[in-house]
Design a protein around this ligand. Structure first.
Ligand code: EPZ
Length: 417
């Protein structure tokens, strides 16, 4: 197992370029199942979640190339399945459910099982596909779905599920008739998937709003696409700059995807300058407290909650952090407390009493974004911090220690004794 050893107290400075968005790449790679022929997907981040998808697609029957630009050809579906050994390492493998069902009328996908941030069931995906005429059984830890041809349907989600919207949108592109998804997710990653589906010939309207209309077609054709930049990676670096009173330029991002975060960074006293696809941040000398509530896009993203909380532990006052998306996304709190933070959790709310000087110690990452939170805390802390469980961070961040080192951080990856 690997860990990071981080010497804190360094003001970050310099430039960092954002990689492609993992959460756009995953559904777009799954969508290649919908059309035989040669798809070319560029700007893929080299992260372990994408590696899992690069294993799953060939398992299903794809021929794929190597490298950052991925050529995928699935002329024949060999195994319309996502086996447990792959799904357990990456729950977003469930994104092949809709495309397989639409392409070959059958899909067998392992139920993902537990996740540290919450139960994360797939009931909305399953209910929607059933409403579209799929026969679905849940046995022995697998979802088995059958449908000669899915029927267009009006779907209303209890809450705007991101991968639920993506799964149903992909399934609906080859359905008979029109599907309307209401209370749809509005995330930029859903919009990027829609862009690629439309390049393949899908007839879709309303992406980026809470109502998406998909008119089913007989077939789709492969195309090429460049994945959008990762707004969560960009946000992570912006928060790290603010936490270390640094001056950082984040390049190759889409600033409007970060509006909710930028508003909060200004509230805590950071100076932000936007020039095209570049965001320049001057971290404040004194961090002001503020309150954040995570919400579906365009609200404050749950995937930046842990990182922003690390920043708030050093604010001159008390902040309230409310997590409304996942029921167990405060796993970073006990670890931050071990570094000297004063945080009390009451249900879905954390009260962060600031003005604490964090002190380095050994901490353990429990999930992808909690890892990023602990790295930010370690960069700002006095002394040395050892962050173990580094495999979590590699799921969603490409060479994060190299990018932070290029900003002046003193961070080393090494093997745990
Ligand atoms: C996507 O997960 C992202 N993953 C997550 O990013 C992100 O945190 C999440 O959206 C929210 O923005 C990918 O895109 C691959 P949801 P997803 O369905 O689609 C409940 C990261 O760090 N729900 O929008 O799984 C669910 O339990 C990851 O990169 C049901 O109850 O999230 C959660 O409480 C973490 N039934 C809420 O809805 C369902 O059928 C939102 O989940 C589906 C979801």
């Amino acid at each position: 197992m690997e860990k990071f050893i981080i010497e804190g107290g360094v003001r970050l400075g310099g430039e960092v370029t954002v990689s492609g968005a993992k959460n756009a790449a995953l559904p777009i790679l799954a969508s290649t199942i919908l059309a035989p022929g040669r798809h070319t997907i560029e700007n893929l981040p080299m992260v372990s979640d994408i590696k899992v998808m690069r294993t799953l697609l060939p398992y299903i029957g794809a021929h794929i190339s190597n490298g950052r630009a991925l050529v995928v050809e699935i002329d024949e579906i060999k195994r319309p399945e996502a086996p447990y050994e792959l799904v357990k390492t990456m729950r977003a493998s469930s994104l092949v459910l809709g495309p397989l069902l639409a392409r070959c009328g059958y899909a067998k996908v392992a139920l993902p099982g537990g996740c540290t941030i919450g139960a994360r069931p797939l009931n909305m995906h399953i209910n929607a596909l059933r409403a579209m005429g799929a026969e679905i059984t849940l046995e022995h830890g697998y979802i088995e779905a059958r449908a000669k041809r899915l029927e267009g349907q009006e779907i209303l989600f209890d809450n705007p599920t991101v991968t639920g919207t993506e799964n149903i949108m992909m399934a609906a592109t080859l359905a008979n008739g029109t599907t309307i998804i209401r209370n749809a997710a509005r995330e930029p990653e859903v919009v990027d998937l829609t862009l690629y589906l439309k390049k393949m010939g899908a007839k879709i309207k309303g992406e980026g709003t809470d109502t998406i209309v998909i008119e089913g077609t007989e077939r789709l054709s492969p195309s090429t696409h460049r994945i959008i930049p990762d707004r969560i990676e960009a946000g992570t670096f912006l928060i790290a700059a603010a936490a270390t009173h640094g001056t950082v330029t984040v390049k190759g991002c889409i600033p409007e995807h970060l509006d909710a975060l930028l508003l909060k960074l200004k509230e805590i006293g950071a100076a932000i300058e936007i020039m095209g696809d570049v965001i320049h941040i001057n971290g404040p000398s004194k961090i002001k407290p503020t309150n954040i509530t995570t919400l579906p896009y365009p609200g404050f993203p749950t995937d930046l909650q842990a990182q922003f909380m690390a920043l708030l532990t050093m604010a001159e006052g008390t902040s309230i952090v409310t997590e409304t998306i996942f029921e167990n996304r405060f796993q970073h709190v006990p670890e931050l407390v071990r570094m000297g933070a004063d945080i009390t959790v009451e249900g879905m709310t954390a009260v962060v009493k600031g003005a604490k000087k964090l002190v380095g110690t050994e901490v353990t990452a429990t999930d992808l974004r909690a890892s990023a939170s602990l790295i930010i805390a370690a960069l700002a802390a006095e002394g040395t911090t050892e962050v173990s469980g580094v495999y979590h961070i590699d799921r969603g961040y490409e060479k994060i220690e190299d990018k932070f080192s290029a900003l002046g951080a003193n961070i080393k990856r090494c093997m745990e004794e």
